[in-house]
Design a protein around this ligand. Structure first.
Ligand code: FAD
Ligand code: SF4
Length: 504
């Protein structure tokens, strides 16, 4: 053939650049379910079903349109080996590929192409190219999402009144921090879930057989796996949940995994949805008076701001940033991260829903599972492997900067201006978890001490020198001055016990 067009599991978009000028008479699409993509990290069953099912539906749509396709169903070994073989068979003049979302995959495919020319094309899905982001970053000692976000708003004319932000302010973050209060969320709109069709059912059975030892469960499975389903999920979110998204963005409640979130990250990351249409739908809902500006802005900031920003950082800093460990964290990830078997109610709840659905919302990832790992002092690369494994939306370009930068401060403050640390009091304020927990978020030592609270103080002690004059953390560090030597020793001893799982 003339062109072998490689389509990866997170590139399910007919408008992707690899399809530009596609000639069905001479070109061939190649897709492959390589087992190694599910085993290089211990991928959860929900995540594997998500990718394989969406790939198969995309392939079926291509075939229905008469697009020549070579599709390899679950194949042992690596993607690179599979591509090498495909090139040997098809003997293309060139291989075409939209820029992958994973640096490792890009290197492997470059090698696999060998002497056949490989065109790596810009991923137009994103509003900000890697080059545009590099221009933004050039000459700045520190990067801040907020400034990047404002540039994006201006550049793309999103929520703008002329050259001013709609509502007179760029950011309604302060309105986005409510908790549900003691009585809980009350009525919640049901999440948009899709019954698995025959194709998805076959994938579920396959995953249950081939990946039986992998974390979590393959069914029930209700994620959108086609573009039509993704559009329906977007419509339902905007109509039913966006109104309240902003206000309760940070709130948590036991046994309620979905709340007012969008649940669109997997559809976006697999490219079933385009961020421009998602942003436009949210802005239109505000302009037509259906949702408050604080909700529309809060949501758009996540997509036009954070999502583009972390991708820019990933391509700016890979591969070096993968080894970042600014706080020299050295402990192993506790084994219960893989099964939720811990007496800490907040963690048990977040991990349970993660393994069940492949989903947790941002504050659960940042301020429950992420915060615990940071305070415990887990090696960031192990934390990264966990996040990349368990979520249906996990692709390295977005997962790695969020985990290493935002959540673990492993980049020393490039992505976020300070480590997100807190005692159990934060979780108590934002959820109902502590009510049913045997620990007390107000206690830092003793058998009832909340492990978050103990480890928070231990974190400050361990990093006292480093953060003593940090502009945003110094106030917290100052509180250590009130502790005498015996109190410090007690915190350290209890922290040791918590790390070793000796709670009683
Ligand atoms: P909503 O809360 O409804 O937000 C709307 C959309 O905004 C999301 O769908 C997502 O596309 C985007 N978004 C929100 N926050 C971020 C962010 N910090 N970075 C990038 N995009 C964002 N997101 C992923 O898509 N894949 C990951 O692998 C991933 N790993 C994470 C790991 C950690 C440690 C942390 C703290 C965050 C991670 N995030 C990741 C970001 C965020 O938590 C998820 O995008 C979000 O929870 C997905 O749920 P939702 O679609 O209901 O999002
Ligand atoms: Fe989590 Fe501590 Fe609250 Fe228990 S007391 S739920 S461990 S924050």
């Amino acid at each position: 053939c003339q062109h072998l067009v490689v389509v990866l599991g997170d590139q399910l978009d007919r408008d992707a650049s690899a399809f530009d000028g596609f000639d069905p008479a001479r070109d061939l699409v190649w897709m492959c379910e390589a087992v190694e993509e599910s085993t290089h990290v211990w991928s959860s069953q929900q995540r594997i079903v998500m990718f394989l099912s969406a790939m198969r539906h995309f392939a079926a749509a291509l075939e229905a349109d008469g697009v020549p396709l070579h599709y390899e169903t679950l194949r042992e070994g690596s993607l690179a080996d599979a591509l090498r073989e495909a090139i040997a068979q098809a003997k293309p003049q060139r291989v075409r590929l939209t820029q992958p979302g994973d640096w490792r995959v890009l290197q492997a495919l470059r090698q696999a192409a060998g002497t056949t020319p490989l065109d790596v094309l810009e991923d137009r899905h994103f509003l900000c190219s890697a080059a545009r982001f590099a221009a933004h970053a050039r000459g700045r000692r520190q990067l801040r999402m907020e400034y990047f976000y404002r540039e994006m708003r201006r550049e793309h004319g999103v929520l703008m009144d002329g050259d001013q932000p709609c509502g007179g302010t760029w950011n309604f973050d302060a309105d986005n921090r409510a908790s549900f209060g003691p009585n809980g969320p009350g009525f919640l709109p049901p999440p948009t879930r899709f019954d698995p069709d025959a194709s998805t059912q076959a994938v579920i059975a396959l995953v249950q057989a081939r990946f039986a030892g992998h974390p979590g469960q393959a069914a029930p499975f209700g994620w959108p796996v086609t573009r039509a389903q993704a559009l329906e999920a977007l419509r339902a979110f905007v109509d039913e949940r966006l109104e309240h998204f902003g206000r309760w963005q940070d709130a948590m409640w036991t046994g309620e995994p979905w709340l007012y979130h969008a649940h669109l990250s997997a559809a976006l990351n697999l490219k079933l949805l385009n961020p421009r249409e998602v942003i436009a739908a949210a802005e239109a809902a505000w302009r037509s008076g259906r949702v408050p500006l604080s909700s529309a802005e809060g949501f758009i900031r996540q997509i036009l701001g954070w999502r583009e920003y972390v991708r820019g950082i990933y391509w700016l800093r890979m591969p070096d940033c993968a080894e970042d460990n600014a706080l020299a964290a050295r402990h192993d990830l506790p084994a219960w991260y893989w099964n939720g078997d811990t007496p800490m109610r907040c963690l048990a709840d977040a991990i349970d829903q993660t393994l069940r659905h492949g989903y947790a919302h941002h504050i659960q990832r940042l301020m429950v599972t992420g915060l615990y790992a940071l305070l415990h002092g887990v090696r960031p690369q192990q934390v990264h492997a966990w996040y990349l494994s368990v979520y249906v939306d996990a692709v390295e370009w977005v997962e790695l900067p969020n985990t290493l930068g935002m959540s673990q401060f492993a980049d020393g403050g490039l992505l976020a201006s300070k480590p997100y640390i807190a005692t159990g009091r934060y979780i108590e304020r934002m959820s109902d978890h502590c009510r049913a927990c045997r620990f007390d978020p107000g206690e830092r030592v003793g058998e009832r001490a909340c492990p978050f609270t103990t480890l928070y103080w231990d974190f400050l002690l361990r990093h006292e020198t480093r953060f003593a004059s940090h502009p945003r953390l110094a106030a917290q560090v100052k509180n250590l001055a009130r502790l005498d030597a015996a109190q410090r020793d007690a915190i350290r001893a209890r922290a040791r016990a918590v790390r070793e799982g000796r709670f009683a």
